[in-house]
Design a binder for this molecule. Structure first.
Ligand SMILES: *Cc1c(COP(=O)(O)O)cnc(C)c1O
Length: 393
């Protein structure tokens, strides 16, 4: 059977879909249409950080759903203002712009950085330095920012003004900076290309370099944010203060939302009418985001992620130490990568058959991203399944 027939001929074939249709979820568990149960260690790609269908978020969204769905951003939206206050109170930033996805958040960051230099400082700077193997999204600007050729294939011409430095290489960043550089855009753990954390020294010296050169530091926390790495935001691990932080995935527990947060000096980069989003931070998304962030903070879930992440890393290293099919186990909090000696896809297929849902990062890394409520028992089960699948190969 042709793939298109098997998985729905009315969809553009943009995804290599797994042959599983999930129809129900609860916490770390998912069920497919045949009633088969799965242990979920991917969380909808770092989206469902509170597990599936979290009751308190569901209740808030249901209440909002019965009252008011949508209001234009031309009017005040109280929950949106509360969510922005909560995010700025718990970060190094002061202002928030809401949108609907990670790509849009990064798009807003690129626009904010350019407009700050061009309209506030009046220096005309526009270049953005990003990193090789980075991932920042799929819009034309954010795929240009992305340091991987495969996402650009067939989409030329691309916008001007992007340069790519080697990750964890400060000298190379300095080399790629010019007197037109407006910002550096960085993931503190490169998620999509293989779960590669930034070196502490590199991140600290990069922040200093940006400060010295009058270049804005944009940290893309679309995947690493919302407690995933064991802090509310990954930049907290590094003791740096980005000028701009972008969020999406886990921000509303599974409801679509994105956000660009920035320091107060950036306020005048945007004036009324210079940027907008019809759905950004509308009442349903704002209610879901507010309930999610209140839960993350109220239940100290980032700390839990730090503890459980350390446990998972230790157990994985212990169980896989003698496994010749494993090259490395690394990560930050509950964003963990198991680098295999060969392609990850066959191992992942086997794990799906055995009831563990995981996804790859790049070609040869298995990614662990369970709910922040994950238990030691669930980690033990997942580690056992991975060790089994890697050793009976
Ligand atoms: C997923 C991701 C994006 C893109 O987010 P979308 O919501 O799919 O647009 C951007 N940056 C990083 C680091 C991501 O992991």
């Amino acid at each position: 059977m042709k793939l298109e027939e098997e998985y729905g001929s009315s969809l553009f074939p943009t995804y290599a879909k797994y042959p599983i249709a999930l129809v129900r979820g609860e916490g770390s568990r998912l069920w497919d249409e045949d009633g088969k149960e799965y242990l979920d260690f991917m969380s909808g790609l770092a989206v469902c950080n509170l597990g599936h269908a979290p009751g308190n978020v569901a209740a808030r969204v249901a209440e909002q759903l019965g009252r008011l769905w949508h209001v234009s951003n031309l009017f005040r939206i109280p929950d949106q203002e509360k969510l922005a206050k909560l995010l700025t109170d718990h970060s190094c930033t002061d202002l928030v712009f809401f949108c609907n996805s990670g790509a849009e958040a990064n798009e807003a960051a690129i626009k904010c950085a350019r407009r700050y230099h061009q309209r506030v400082l009046g220096n005309g700077r526009f270049e953005i330095v990003t990193f090789e193997k980075s991932f920042h999204g799929r819009t034309i600007a954010t795929l240009t920012a992305t340091g991987q050729d495969k996402v650009k294939d067939g989409f030329y011409p691309l916008p001007e003004g992007f340069a790519y430095a080697k990750y964890n290489d400060l000298d190379d960043v300095e080399e790629k900076m010019t007197d037109r550089t407006a910002a550096v855009m960085l993931e503190l753990v490169q998620g999509e290309s293989g779960v590669r954390p930034a070196d502490r020294e590199f991140a600290v010296r990069l922040a200093e370099l940006c400060e010295r050169r009058g270049v804005l530091l944009i940290v893309d926390e679309v995947q690493t944010g919302m407690g995933r790495t064991g802090k509310l935001f990954a930049y907290e691990h590094y003791g740096i203060e980005p000028d701009i932080v972008t969020l999406a995935k886990g921000l509303a527990g599974g409801f679509p939302i994105g956000a660009m947060m920035g320091k107060s000096k950036l306020r005048d980069a945007f004036s009324a009418g210079s940027h907008a989003s019809t759905f950004g931070g509308a009442p349903l998304a704002a209610a879901a985001g507010l309930a999610t962030v209140e839960t993350l903070l109220g239940e100290r879930l980032p700390e839990r992620a730090e503890r459980m992440g350390a446990y998972a890393l230790r157990e994985l290293r212990k169980r896989l130490a003698a496994c010749p099919a494993v090259r490395d186990v690394r990560g930050l909090g509950l964003l963990i990568g198991i680098e295999c000696a060969g392609p990850a896809a066959p191992v992942i297929g086997k794990l799906h058959d055995r009831g563990l849902l995981v996804v790859p990062a790049g070609q040869d890394v298995i990614r662990f991203m369970p709910s922040l409520y994950v238990t030691e028992e669930e980690i033990d089960r997942a580690v056992g399944l991975v060790a089994g699948a890697l050793s009976d190969g």
